[in-house]
Write a protein that binds this ligand. Structure first.
Ligand SMILES: Cc1cc2nc3c(=O)[nH]c(=O)nc-3n(C[C@H](O)[C@H](O)[C@H](O)COP(=O)(O)OP(=O)(O)OC[C@H]3O[C@@H](n4cnc5c(N)ncnc54)[C@H](O)[C@@H]3O)c2cc1C
Length: 427
């Protein structure tokens, strides 16, 4: 391997692979380094990617990407005491698709390799080298490799940024833990059991029983012939309140009496767990670029979790693309200074839909820490629905059903209304 490249990208997730592809496509000699064995082996996600930003970067996404199903049905449910209260939305439009992240990332890595990038895996970058206040390359396995620019796409753990003093050590308040199983069921059974058409899919978010009432949520995504199921819990509260290990929650979700019919007779083909960011805005490093370095994807805190949707992969792809554009400009100018990179990358990113999303939803993580939303309100919602739908002689008004459920669970009506208003404003 040559010991000098024009650009080095650390981490072949969606962010790093996109940056490497766009750099190599522009004729920049690029090295893409991944510590995992095989493509995507270290990456975990729930199951769906929003297509619009990805299409801007990869216009062929709909034709050539490994798309399993287009999400045409959204469902949010509360599960409690053998009852399910759901909100469903159906649309014929193609806004997001399900896939395996490993397949999606491999698709981008292949593009990078075909464009001329050098890709190596099973190599862990030990440090990003800084000399005289400027990033000059990386160190891996005792070897130093130089480059004019390094793109840090190492994901949520960001140990390299920590070493450089650009990010703080991870704290439980900032991250959530996700665990997931993929169950192979067969395409026909999925269509029949979920009531889906051939290429259409379902994204289903659940709270209440599936997370043992912990702050967080459970998810179910239908892939081509498999179903991804999993749980994400906020680490700070889970550490204090969890009554069992998170993998047990996934197991319980799989065995849930009202859900298991969907994947009955299926085979578990994958189990994975990973940390994820709770609040992107708080998680952002102080600077997104310094002299000779650009930070992208999860490492830059680019993730939005509103509870009803998760956006990380499309943000990762888009930030990788913006980083490559900024690096290309730097090569044209022959200027890799902090000012130039911040002007051409950080400023663009902070002016993009990603930063706007993160700003708009600032504070959503506070909601996610309010145990009432996960412990008490789901129970109140089910109790109210029970009073309205499971009728005997009398038919209560909605207001009566709600008031009486709140009273049963010792919740003050005004505090309930205030918290609901706060939640609606943040989401
Ligand atoms: C449970 C869960 C569910 C999620 N659901 C969704 C979803 O449905 N939709 C969505 O859009 N997003 C989802 N996300 C978020 C999404 O997975 C991330 O936002 C996205 O993968 C970030 O991409 P990235 O390239 O920045 O980082 P990653 O995908 O984490 O990739 C980073 C890569 O860097 C490599 N690396 C790290 N350190 C080094 C090193 N020192 N040397 C070499 N290589 C290194 C890692 O091995 C890894 O391959 C979910 C996340 C989790 C955990």
């Amino acid at each position: 391997m040559a010991t000098k490249f024009d650009a080095i990208v650390v981490g072949a997730g969606p962010a790093g692979a996109t940056a490497a592809y766009k750099l190599a496509e522009a004729g920049i000699k690029t090295l893409l380094v991944e510590r995992g064995r095989g493509r995507g082996s270290k990456q975990v996600f729930g199951g769906r990617i929003y297509v619009t930003p990805v299409r801007e970067v990869f216009p062929d996404v709909e034709k050539t990407a490994p798309i399993h199903r287009w999400v045409k049905r959204e469902k949010i449910s509360i599960l409690h005491n053998s009852r399910i209260l759901s909100l469903e939305y159906e649309s014929p439009e193609k806004h997001s698709f399900t896939t395996y992240l490993t397949e999606f990332t491999s698709w981008i890595v292949d593009k990078a390799i075909n464009a001329g990038a050098v890709y190596v895996d099973e190599v862990r970058v030990d440090s990003i080298v800084e000399e005289d206040g400027r990033i000059t390359g990386i160190e891996a396995g005792g070897e130093r490799i130089e480059a004019s620019i390094v793109i840090d796409a190492e994901g949520v753990n960001r140990l390299l940024l920590e070493k450089l003093g650009l990010a703080e050590r991870l704290s439980p308040e900032e991250v959530a833990l996700g665990a997931k199983e993929v169950i192979k069921v067969g395409a026909d059974k999925i269509n029949e059991r979920f009531g889906l058409e051939e290429d259409s899919g379902l994204a289903w978010l659940l709270v209440g029983e599936p997370t043992d009432y912990l702050p967080g949520g459970a998810f179910i995504y239908t892939n081509r012939d498999s179903v991804s199921i999993g749980v994400v819990v906020y680490l700070a509260t889970a550490v204090k309140k969890a009554r069992e290990e998170i993998y047990r929650l996934v197991e319980k979700l799989r065995l849930h009496p009202q859900l298991r019919q969907y994947w009955e007779d299926g085979d578990i083909i994958e189990y994975s767990a990973h940390l994820t960011i709770e609040s992107g805005r708080r998680f952002m490093p102080r600077k997104l670029a310094t002299s000779g370095l650009i930070v992208v994807g999860d490492a830059a805190g680019l993730l939005l979790n509103t509870g009803y949707t998760f956006r990380g992969v499309d943000y990762a792809v888009y930030s990788g693309y913006l980083a490559a554009e900024a690096a290309k400009k730097a090569f044209n100018l022959g200027d890799f200074s902090e000012e130039t990179l911040r002007e051409n990358y950080e400023k663009k990113l902070l002016g993009s839909f990603i930063a706007k999303d993160l700003r708009n939803h600032t504070g959503v993580e506070q909601i996610m820490h309010e145990v009432e939303f996960f412990e008490k309100y789901p129970v109140v919602a089910i109790d109210t629905a029970r009073k309205l739908f499971e009728l005997g002689y009398e038919t209560p008004r909605i207001q009566e059903a709600l008031r009486s459920s709140l009273k049963t669970h010792h919740i003050n009506l005004l505090s309930f209304l205030y918290k609901m208003f706060k939640m609606v404003r943040k989401l």
